[in-house]
Each structure stands twice: as structure tokens, then as C-alpha cells.
Design a protein. Structure first.
Length: 212
């Protein structure tokens, strides 16, 4: 399945009237956070395909359109945080946010807080294994896992608990944003056990298939 994955930056090459003609064949859009709702709504409308998205650490606060319409979610999109969703043959689960570096800020978590978020996913993942023979195909997060694509400063440190999730539930892909890359030689794709970890910043066209 051809997927457009986006995060962290609005791009003119995608935010244009002929984007569907420029990039044909997209079957799903995945948002990995820190993108305005209006941009995601535009992509849903332009490509006319399902959107599944999580939020990033900078997504707190109200969002407004140019005509002053308040946006509280992405119209036409599926908010994936804390959810397990089957769409077009892929099983996806999502988790918002970054490591907590400000007290009480939304979409930021300590390791313990993120473990509690992951615990919400476990019953559905176990049911998937029983029902369809696999737990999960695609994990969608804003932050990377600890030690893979992350940075040493606290705001950009990945979650150790993601590594445990990958080890136990073995998704084929883990898509994340949050880590901005500006050079072509920076690593954005890493195989970790049975999971391919992909930094989608600022966008990637990917061919995704269900886990074996």
C-alpha cells in the first residue's frame, strides 16, 4: 500500500492545488504530529483517502482557520492516540507526544506516563493476535524510541518503553516524526529486530505491507 506519511513541517510541494496529480496512487495518509489541522484536512480532501494521525508536543492550544473557524480535530481524519485501528488491511496503533520537559504541558509524558498510555493498547493488541494472527502492523508515534533516531537533549530523547512495545508486539513498521533532519546523510530508516523504524520528517512516500 502506498502511504504518504507527514510530520512537523508544512510543505508547499504538498500544500498545493494539484498535489494529487503530482503524487498519484496514495492510498492512505499518516500524520506523526506537530502539523496544523488545516494542513491535514487539506491533504485528506486533496487525496480523498483515509488519514490516521497522532499529535506532537507542539500541538497544544487552539487552532484556527484563515476565516477564524476553530479547529479541535482533523475533519475526516482518525485520531489514533491510544487506539488500535484496522484500515485497508493494515492494523495501526498510535501514541502522541514527546518526553516531558515542561510540567503539566499537554502531549508530553514521562516514561511512567507513556507506559500507562501503552497499557491502554494491550487488550486490543492481544485480541488482534487471537483474531487475525498478528498484533500490529504499524506503530505511529511522534517521538522515536530511545537510542534510535533520537537526540541527547531531553525534549528529543526517545522513549525506552517503545523498545519494549516493539520487542513484544513486533510491528512491521514504526513511523515517527519529531527529529528534524537537514542533511541527506542523516539516518532516517533503521531495522530494529522485526521492526523497520522510519523518521518521516517532513514527509515520506512509503510502501507498507502487513506484518508476516
Amino acid at each position: 500500500m502506498k502511504v504518504l506519511a507527514v510530520s512537523d513541517r508544512v510543505l508547499d510541494r504538498l500544500y498545493c492545488h494539484n498535489v494529487r496529480q503530482k503524487y498519484p496512487g496514495v492510498e492512505m495518509i499518516i500524520g506523526c504530529g506537530d502539523l496544523p489541522y488545516y494542513y491535514l484536512e487539506f491533504l485528506v480532501s486533496a487525496f480523498d483517502v483515509p488519514l490516521l494521525y497522532v499529535l506532537g508536543n507542539h500541538d497544544g492550544g487552539p487552532q484556527y482557520t484563515a476565516d477564524n473557524r476553530l479547529l479541535t480535530s482533523v475533519q475526516g481524519g482518525i485520531y489514533l492516540h491510544g487506539q488500535v485501528v484496522e484500515k485497508k488491511g493494515l492494523v495501526l496503533a498510535g501514541l502522541n507526544g514527546s518526553m516531558r520537559y515542561r510540567p503539566n504541558a499537554p502531549y508530553m509524558y514521562t516514561e511512567a506516563e507513556m507506559r500507562r498510555q501503552i497499557a491502554r493498547l494491550v487488550p486490543q493488541l492481544l485480541w488482534n493476535r487471537r483474531k487475525i494472527g498478528r498484533y500490529l502492523d504499524v506503530l505511529v508515534t511522534h517521538s522515536p524510541p530511545y537510542g534510535i533516531h533520537d537526540r541527547q537533549d531531553l525534549p528529543h530523547t526517545g522513549f525506552k518503553t517503545f523498545l519494549q512495545l516493539l520487542r513484544v508486539f513486533k510491528p512491521r513498521y514504526h513511523l515517527h516524526g519529531h527529529i528534524h533532519l537537514y542533511r541527506r546523510d542523516h539516518t532516517w530508516r533503521t531495522q530494529h529486530g522485526e521492526t523497520e523504524i522510519i523518521n518521516v520528517y517532513p514527509y515520506k512516500f512509503l510502501e507498507l505491507e502487513p506484518a508476516g
